[in-house]
Design a protein around this ligand. Structure first.
Ligand code: AMP
Length: 589
């Protein structure tokens, strides 16, 4: 398929605000797309080159893009920079300048989707000396052959800011509309739009597509199977060892009483350990460790691999666990920041293993000895875990549990968990299945602290005076539930240190945040900058207020940074509906 067809779809989507209309456009597009292109197209539609679980990133600094536009169009760097300052959008700059160049040069080959995809894919794998030059060549090659509109979207894809508003839900529905028109009872009417004859039937098909996606974690596979093999094909998609599965998420309960109401009686209460989540996969001698972002961190955690090898009596499984770090001097749990350093660590692994040892707290299992367990009740899954986990103090434990119908007993368990330094407790439905990727109510968390928000940095200001050279005052955003777009909600400058990082507080100085963001500035005007949304931070606040100033319609009063959440992706940040819920919950305080 020609890339120009995708570019014009992007353009239509960009100018179509309603989700249903967007879904229709995408469905029509997917229908006519050749099967072999579906895996690339579904990713590109989401502005991605790699599925969420693939740790590779395009990672191209914005100044390299400016250089690539210069190479492709021959227009001088200062002129490009000036245009960029004026429009604040490098995609638009590339479009305009390409148009200008095209008047002089008429011939160039037409870009194929495959070619664009393959060049962008290569960008992520290049490292080391000479890689900058090669990256420049790959982007410039695309831009030289691009039509103006194509140039706009190539640049935006590299920047990770496509701005066409296609969320996962929209893509899922488009797959249903494209390939299950008859089974789902859909018809299209030019005046009334989409018509659904039988809601139940329709919802059934949506659930089948969603479930296939939750397991495959890749809309490319789902779309291809849907087109080629239909409904039966989708039911043969299973989770498999080696390919990370989206983790099940938990809702928040107000208190123990609320927890019982949501998960039923009796409920299994478990300590809520304050660490980070890992999914451990084993297939005979190969053991892999993934974070909840579905990043492969096996290399960083040889100690987890060893514990799994020695203490889990099976050679084929997928297990869900929380990892905490221990302070060797006191034997107590370490704050999250300390072990989160280990996630990013690429060198001196063995030293850090010794310095910050970890404990595994196992709380769920998704697959055992080739059998998928997602539909087994929680109690049964826990029994299986009890059979295969050999607990060892300071290395591996099963999540400490208390099954009860009694509020008093649950309350005492909660207090005990807090006294031991945990974040709170989880309450789980004994019959609950494992639903990857969704925040279903089979489990809820109860914790005393005020709810914080996970937000992504989308902008900042260059500091002045003693903060000169640092990015300060970070504009943060939540996500729209439907479109997945980033919606601004406030500016944060508090909770970040001016001093050089002390040991263990790495990453929370202005300097450290600046280092992480400075190569990803996408627009600059005066001291204001926009950055590629990639760094997630956890924010506490005094109150949420309604506000016309920010695109979310809300603002945070006295926001402060709690910690960097480099274990989370921008796709996992707080949703607008959650902000709304917290806002509603404040009233009557
Ligand atoms: P939150 O991050 O506040 O949404 O809380 C849910 C997280 O708590 C999960 O994603 C796990 O990382 C963590 N967690 C700690 N202990 C448990 C447990 N016993 N069961 C499930 N999740 C747990």
């Amino acid at each position: 398929m020609k890339y120009t067809e995708l570019a014009s779809l992007y353009h239509q989507l960009e100018t179509t605000p309603k989700r249903l209309d967007k879904t229709f456009l995408i469905a029509q597009f997917l229908k006519k797309a050749p099967s072999k292109d579906l895996p690339h197209l579904t990713l590109l539609l989401q502005g991605r080159i790699f599925p969420t679980w693939d740790e590779r990133e395009i990672g191209v600094a914005t100044r390299l893009l400016v250089k690539a536009i210069n190479t492709a169009t021959g227009i001088s760097l200062p002129e490009i920079e000036e245009q960029w300052k004026k429009t604040g959008d490098l995609g638009i700059v590339a479009e305009k300048l390409t148009a200008k160049k095209k008047q002089a040069m008429l011939f160039s080959s037409e870009l194929e989707v495959r070619k664009v995809f393959s060049n962008l894919e290569k960008l992520a794998t290049m490292e080391g000396s000479g890689s900058v030059g090669l990256k420049l060549k790959l982007i410039a090659e695309l831009l030289s052959n691009a039509k103006p509109l194509e140039a706009r979207y190539i640049i935006r894809t590299v920047l990770g800011e496509l701005r066409v508003g296609v969320g996962e839900g929209c893509l899922r529905d488009a797959i249903v509309w494209a390939f299950f028109e008859i089974e789902a009872g859909i018809s299209f009417d030019s005046e009334k739009g989409i018509q659904v004859s039988d809601r139940e039937k329709y919802n059934g098909i949506v659930a089948i597509v969603q479930s296939a996606y939750d397991k495959a974690n890749d809309y490319g596979i789902v779309a291809e199977v849907a087109k080629e093999k239909g409904q039966n094909g989708l039911s043969t998609i299973h989770i498999c060892v080696g390919k990370p599965v989206k983790v099940m998420l938990f809702q928040k309960a107000k208190d123990i009483k609320d927890a019982f109401e949501r998960v039923g009686k009796p409920a299994a209460f478990e300590q809520k350990y304050d660490g980070f989540r890992v999914q451990i996969h084993r297939d005979s001698s190969s053991i892999k460790v993934f974070t909840r972002r579905l990043e492969d961190v096996t290399h960083q955690f040889p100690d987890i691999v060893k514990i799994a090898e020695n203490q889990i009596a099976s050679s084929h499984y997928i297990i869900d666990a929380e990892v905490t770090g221990i302070d060797q001097r006191t034997g107590k749990s370490l704050p999250f920041q300390h072990i989160s350093q280990r996630i990013k660590r690429k060198y001196d692994i063995h030293e850090t293993v010794k310095k910050i040892p970890v404990v595994l707290h196992i709380f769920d299992i998704l697959l055992l000895d080739k059998k998928e367990l997602l539909h087994e009740p929680f109690q049964k899954r826990r029994e299986l875990l009890e059979k295969i986990i050999e607990e060892k103090k300071g290395k591996i434990t099963l999540a400490f549990q208390c099954i009860t119908t009694d509020e008093g007993e649950a309350e005492a368990f909660y207090k005990q968990s807090l006294a031991q330094g945990n974040e709170g407790i989880m309450a789980k439905n004994l019959e609950g299945i494992y639903k990857p990727g969704s925040r279903v109510g089979f489990g809820v968390k109860v914790k005393p602290v005020m709810e914080t928000l996970d937000l992504v940095i989308v902008g900042a200001e260059w500091g002045e005076g003693k903060r000169k050279g640092w990015l300060t005052s970070f504009t943060v955003a939540c996500r729209d539930d439907e479109t997945g777009e980033f919606l601004e909600i406030g500016k944060v400058g508090t909770g970040i240190k001016e001093l050089a990082a002390e040991e263990g507080t790495e990453g929370v100085t202005f300097h450290a945040i600046t280092e992480k963001l400075k190569d990803f500035i996408t627009a600059e005007k005066g001291k204001e900058v926009r950055v590629k949304p990639m760094l997630v931070i956890e924010i506490a606040y005094e109150e949420i207020q309604k506000s016309p100033t920010y695109s979310s319609g809300y603002a945070l009063r006295f926001p402060r940074l709690i910690r960097l959440r480099e274990d989370r992706t921008p796709s996992e940040i707080s949703l607008k509906s959650e902000v709304q819920e917290l806002y509603d919950g404040q009233r009557g305080r």
